[in-house]
Design a protein around this ligand. Structure first.
Ligand SMILES: Nc1ncnc2c1ncn2[C@@H]1O[C@H](COP(=O)(O)OP(=O)(O)OP(=O)(O)O)[C@@H](O)[C@H]1O
Ligand SMILES: *[C@@H]1O[C@H](CO)[C@@H](O)[C@H](O)[C@H]1NC(C)=O
Ligand SMILES: *[C@@H]1O[C@H](CO)[C@@H](O)[C@H](O)[C@H]1NC(C)=O
Ligand SMILES: *[C@@H]1O[C@H](CO)[C@@H](O)[C@H](O)[C@H]1NC(C)=O
Ligand SMILES: *[C@@H]1O[C@H](CO)[C@@H](O)[C@H](O)[C@H]1NC(C)=O
Ligand SMILES: *[C@@H]1O[C@H](CO)[C@@H](O)[C@H](O)[C@H]1NC(C)=O
Ligand SMILES: *[C@@H]1O[C@H](CO)[C@@H](O)[C@H](O)[C@H]1NC(C)=O
Ligand SMILES: *[C@@H]1O[C@H](CO)[C@@H](O)[C@H](O)[C@H]1NC(C)=O
Ligand SMILES: *[C@@H]1O[C@H](CO)[C@@H](O)[C@H](O)[C@H]1NC(C)=O
Length: 695
């Protein structure tokens, strides 16, 4: 009994100090506004958005925002006054008002007060002011993420991390970068508008402060900055810890998405994919204000407007033809979609593609979020046939397809209603270089591989698992959308058919995008499951390499992605093709499988490409699965082409694109290619060729 009691007391004394001493905390998002946001203290313009993101500044000039943990933390040993070790990991993003011009920066701060009274925005980052900068009685310690080069404080560039002690002239600084496991240093852009994770680790015994950044969830093997410093004289016994951000003449919206902190221990890294998503950028509203003084004029205008409105309404009434009623329950009324998209206003625009504009909408009744694609088409015949097939397209269901909810027809327009995919399309994540919308973060290898597996299973479903063979015809990165969990979902199935009904019946247009077009397709004009496989191969290589299938700005030998990958693969240097932004964070075996699959699928000879069933098996293969080496392409692409290209038709691969380049290499948009008018049969999208019919 006594023994039990002493054991219990020992256990208690072991547990108690840990429980009573606040030694760490964790925020994964800052839980949407209202009462629950009260456990972080904000001042300046800082606010918590509904999504749970903490916004420190917006795009207005000369603002500052602070966010601090509400209670003081003990930073030093009360007995000997030595600063404790601490460790923190946080995720932030700076979304600049003008794509490449940031303003001004964000800092992790340890300070004696939460308000930082008298602090200034702009180059002072909301930390200090002109009269107290450099004064050792400030007791302010900060790690700055600065996007403007201030000569006053000797900044090294407009994209740096600095360690600041009572001053904005940094004691140590470095251009923002992260080390990969391969030892390479990769540059990182603070103004890229995507989420960046940073770690600040202080070793109170060795008296070294490390700062590390990365676009990923896992911590790089080496810090960016490692600075010997004793924080004991700088910190008080108890201090507040938090963040400050400011804007200057130029401005960025600064967001904080998550924050872990641990005293005398190692803070856990944040899983970036489980944090709230960054808001989509809002397009600027152009509002026209019309002031009319005389009431008589106002009345006159009202009458005219009413008349025009009535006339318009009658003229544009939905046309319902008898055959449309047979297609099942999916028909939406135009008014409903108009309300859902707030009158198709520009602010709701998600993007546009070869078929028309895509708007975000919220259905008035169910409040469900949808994407409404507005397709304009001159040929009524095309729309009619397409709508006739919507009934069957609507039956396609797979977790990696973007579900079609319905349609609406109105004069020359066809409106297609799809499930809304909050993370947009894959291309926007792969190519962060262009002025694309900000994405939450660079895609990690895990995410990339999962997307490829998902899309492969969707294509397998279309080709072999549904009752008819469905050829997608337009597989490409911009048609792969990402749902809330970053699963890849194939969109636009069946749509390509619309375009194939050219005005002139003697020519059939081949639909597809340069770089994804199988060579035989331009000759026969007949899409097959094998031409889908070819396009999928292009997507696989794109995802592995983070490059477009045809990169007009690349060196000539790197212009055509598949050629380049082939070359490096055959010389055994395949690791050189992997997206350098992954910084070596990938699973070698998986990448190797993906490259093999990408090359196999991209084979110029259709019969040598694998089927989607094989592709899916390779990608999902366990360790035992042997993925064969890709068959080499013909040595002489011009002469020995196994599918017998004629002179007009582009052959595989390098020469193929030169001929087409004149029309659209730079735009990267769809190229209608006239195919020989010979024996091209009707291009029916769900011809019931039965299962085994593909090669
Ligand atoms: N269901 C959806 N949810 C969210 N965003 C979408 C959805 N569908 C499309 N989008 C957005 O709209 C953009 C345009 O889509 P769209 O499919 O029209 O163009 P595309 O794929 O680039 O070209 P194409 O018309 O040749 O297929 C996409 O890149 C994507 O960002
Ligand atoms: C803030 O409050 C939420 C909910 O009350 C809680 O889950 C979270 O741990 C708190 N965070 C901190 C840092 O105290
Ligand atoms: C705060 O959050 C907790 C759980 O996170 C929830 O149970 C509670 O209802 C919330 N309170 C308010 C006022 O929103
Ligand atoms: C930014 O915040 C300030 C203060 O809250 C506000 O006055 C201003 O209108 C905001 N600007 C924008 C562009 O939202
Ligand atoms: C504080 O310092 C004293 C003397 O160096 C040491 O005995 C004690 O363990 C330290 N306390 C903590 C919590 O580190
Ligand atoms: C600068 O900040 C200090 C507090 O750190 C404050 O006392 C002082 O008044 C400020 N000076 C100016 C000019 O605002
Ligand atoms: C530093 O600040 C303290 C208190 O604010 C002030 O008394 C002192 O004069 C300042 N030192 C300098 C060099 O400005
Ligand atoms: C930091 O820089 C200031 C000068 O700007 C210098 O006085 C101070 O000693 C430096 N601190 C450390 C720890 O190097
Ligand atoms: C800081 O980085 C160095 C390597 O540069 C490493 O040896 C050390 O353990 C790191 N310290 C902390 C506290 O992370």
């Amino acid at each position: 009994m006594a023994k039990n009691l002493t054991f219990f007391l020992a256990l208690l004394s072991f547990l108690l100090p840990a429980a009573s001493q606040q030694d760490g905390f964790s925020y994964s998002g800052f839980s949407g506004g209202g009462a629950n946001s009260s456990n972080i203290s904000l001042n300046g313009v800082a606010e918590i958005e509904h999504s749970g993101i903490l916004r420190l500044t917006n795009e207005t000039s000369r603002l500052l925002g602070h966010a601090f943990y509400p209670d003081r933390l003990q930073f030093k040993n009360a007995t000997d006054g030595a600063a404790f070790s601490f460790s923190t990991a946080f995720a932030f993003a700076a979304v600049p008002e003008y794509a490449t011009l940031g303003g001004h920066g964000l800092a992790f701060v340890i300070a004696p007060s939460k308000e930082l009274e008298g602090a200034l925005p702009s180059q002072y980052l909301g930390l200090l002011n002109a009269s107290d900068v450099g004064n050792f009685s400030n007791h302010v310690f900060a790690v700055e993420f600065d996007t403007v080069q201030d000569f006053e404080f000797g900044d090294i560039n407009d994209n740096h991390v600095g360690i600041d002690i009572n001053n904005l002239a940094s004691n140590a600084s470095a251009a923002v970068a992260y080390f990969g496991y391969d030892g390479k240093k990769n540059e990182l852009n603070l103004k890229g508008g995507h989420t960046i994770q940073a770690w600040v680790d202080y070793d109170g015994v060795g008296k070294v402060l490390n700062v590390t950044v990365s676009p990923f969830s896992s911590k790089p093997p080496r810090p960016l900055l490692s600075f010997p410093v004793d924080l004991s004289p700088i910190l008080h016994l108890q201090m507040f810890v938090g963040f400050s951000a400011s804007t200057g003449l130029l401005s960025s919206t600064h967001y904080l998405l998550g924050w872990n902190f641990k005293m005398n221990g190692i803070a856990q890294s944040l899983d970036l994919s489980s944090l709230p998503s960054l808001p989509q950028p809002q397009k600027k509203d152009h509002t026209f204000v019309i002031a009319v003084s005389a009431t008589s004029v106002a009345v006159l205008i009202a009458v005219i407007v009413a008349a025009v409105y009535l006339f318009y309404k009658i003229k544009n009434a939905d046309i319902i033809e008898p055959w449309e009623l047979e297609c099942g329950p999916h028909r939406f009324s135009y008014g409903e979609l108009k309300r859902a998209t707030k009158g198709f206003r520009d602010r709701e625009l998600l993007g546009f593609g070869g078929f028309g504009k895509v708007y975000k909408g919220t259905l008035p009744d169910s409040r469900a979020e949808v994407a409404v694609k507005r397709v304009s088409h001159e040929s009524r015949q095309g729309i009619r046939e397409f709508v006739a097939e919507i009934g069957s397209i609507g039956q396609l269901r797979h977790r990696n397809l973007v579900q079609l909810q319905g349609w609406c027809r109105r004069r020359g327009d066809l409106l297609l209603v799809y499930d809304y995919m909050p993370n947009g399309s894959l291309d926007k994540f792969l190519f962060l270089d262009s002025e694309n919308q900000p994405s939450n973060s660079l895609l990690s290898w895990d995410q990339r591989f999962r997307i490829l597996r998902g899309v492969a299973s969707a294509l397998l479903y279309l080709h072999e698992e549904w009752e008819h063979v469905v050829i997608h015809r337009d597989v490409k990165a911009s048609n792969i959308l990402l749902d809330a969990d970053m699963n890849g979902r194939l969109g636009d199935f069946g749509l390509a058919k619309l375009y194939e009904h050219g005005a002139n019946p003697s020519t059939t247009r081949v639909v597809g995008t340069l770089g994804y077009l199988a060579p035989e397709l331009t000759r026969t004009g007949r899409p097959t499951s094998s031409s889908d496989v070819f396009a999928f191969g292009a997507v696989v290589l794109e995802v592995v390499c983070g490059r477009r299938p045809i990169e007009p700005r690349a060196m000539p030998e790197e212009l055509v992605l598949v050629d380049w990958v082939w070359e490096l693969w055959s010389s055994g240097r395949w690791t050189d093709v992997v997206d350098p932004r992954l910084g070596g964070y990938y699973v070698r075996e998986e990448v190797k499988v993906a490259i093999k699959v990408g090359l196999m699928c991209s084979h110029p000879a259709a019969p040598l490409r694998p089927s989607m069933r094989e592709v899916a098996r390779y990608l999902n293969g366990g360790k035992g699965e042997e993925v064969p080496d890709p068959p080499s392409p013909p040595v002489d692409f011009e002469g020995m082409s196994p599918v017998g290209f004629d002179a007009f038709v582009p052959s595989y691969p390098s020469s193929s694109f030169d001929k087409l380049s004149a029309c659209s290499i730079t735009s990267g948009r769809d190229v209608p290619v006239s195919a020989g008018s010979g024996k091209v049969g009707p291009l029916v999208y769900s011809t019931p060729h039965f299962r085994a019919s593909h090669v």
